[in-house]
Ligand binder design. Structure first.
Ligand code: DGL
Length: 275
């Protein structure tokens, strides 16, 4: 393993770009390899075994590409697969944790809303996180079915996305939430809209920057930080339709990109789960 090897990052689709952006800001000298598993999005309503299977397949691909660490830039895949990935691969695996702890420290009303996929909110990882926080805060979990699809379609502030989001936010605001945690990496792409709909008295938190700092810490500990004499580059793959995804990634990444096909199609993974 050497410090010039890339950092591998993946998500069910374009959501993890919100984390990739923070990693790029924190670590300008690193090469970043990103897999958008758009052909299998959304993960949030799939069985745990299917999500774990995708996580294993993509991690092995990233390792084949020379990744020195893998970032699971997806809360749903974290709940379904982070433990398995950590037990199986001898590299640093960095995963997501919804920003519930900072939200508990910040709230004045004592009510925090957590927007995430059904799978994340039902996961053992999320239950363990809630078990570690101050019980005087009320945590309101809000599943958001359909929202990942809105982001994948590129609708970041159109009427269908506004209507869907309003339906998720109103019950949280009515119950006094003054802090909202974005527990899905797709949702930070909607932060301006969420802030507009929730109003100026509500804080909107995500954990992208904290994860980027954690990547830096893990690489530093392992002696694997890239030298400062180089400029980091990115490579992007998608399992979805490259024509459809190229424009969306370029728009969210704010620069032209080359998108390569990631095709594991009929391949079975080590769990034998065929997707
Ligand atoms: N970005 C993923 C997450 O953080 C979305 C999951 C999905 O595809 O449903 O949970």
């Amino acid at each position: 393993m050497n410090p010039r090897q890339p950092i591998g990052v993946f998500d069910s689709g374009v959501g993890g770009l919100s984390v990739l952006r923070e990693i790029r800001r924190e670590l300008p000298h690193e090469d970043l390899f990103y897999v958008a598993d758009c052909g299998h999005a959304p993960y949030g309503d799939k069985p745990l075994a299917a999500i774990e299977s995708r996580a294993v397949t993509i991690t092995e691909f990233l390792l084949d590409q020379g990744a020195k660490t893998v970032v699971v830039a997806c809360n749903t895949a974290t709940g379904a697969a982070a433990k398995v990935l950590r037990s199986r691969y001898p590299i640093p695996i960095v995963a997501m944790e919804p920003a519930v702890k900072p939200a508990v420290e910040r709230t004045r009303s004592g009510v925090v809303g957590v927007l995430a996929t059904r799978q994340t909110l039902a996961s053992q990882t999320f239950a363990e996180l809630l078990g570690r926080i101050d019980l005087s805060t009320r945590i309101l979990p809000q599943p958001c079915p359909g929202l990942v699809e809105r982001v994948e379609s590129g609708d970041l502030d159109g009427e269908p996305t506004r209507t869907l989001l309003t339906g998720f936010l109103l019950p949280l605001l009515a119950r006094g939430a003054d802090t909202l945690v974005l527990g899905c990496t797709h949702y930070p792409h909607l932060t301006p809209l969420i802030e507009e709909l929730a109003g100026p008295d509500v804080a909107v938190l995500d954990s992208g920057a904290a994860v980027a700092r954690q990547v830096r810490r893990r690489l530093t500990e392992a002696g694997l930080l890239a030298p400062a004499d180089r400029i980091g580059r990115e490579r992007f793959w998608t399992s979805g339709d490259p024509m459809a995804t190229q424009g969306l990634i370029a728009r969210l990444w704010r620069t032209d990109i080359v998108l390569e096909p990631f095709d594991t199609g009929a391949r079975k993974n080590v769990m034998g789960y065929s997707l």
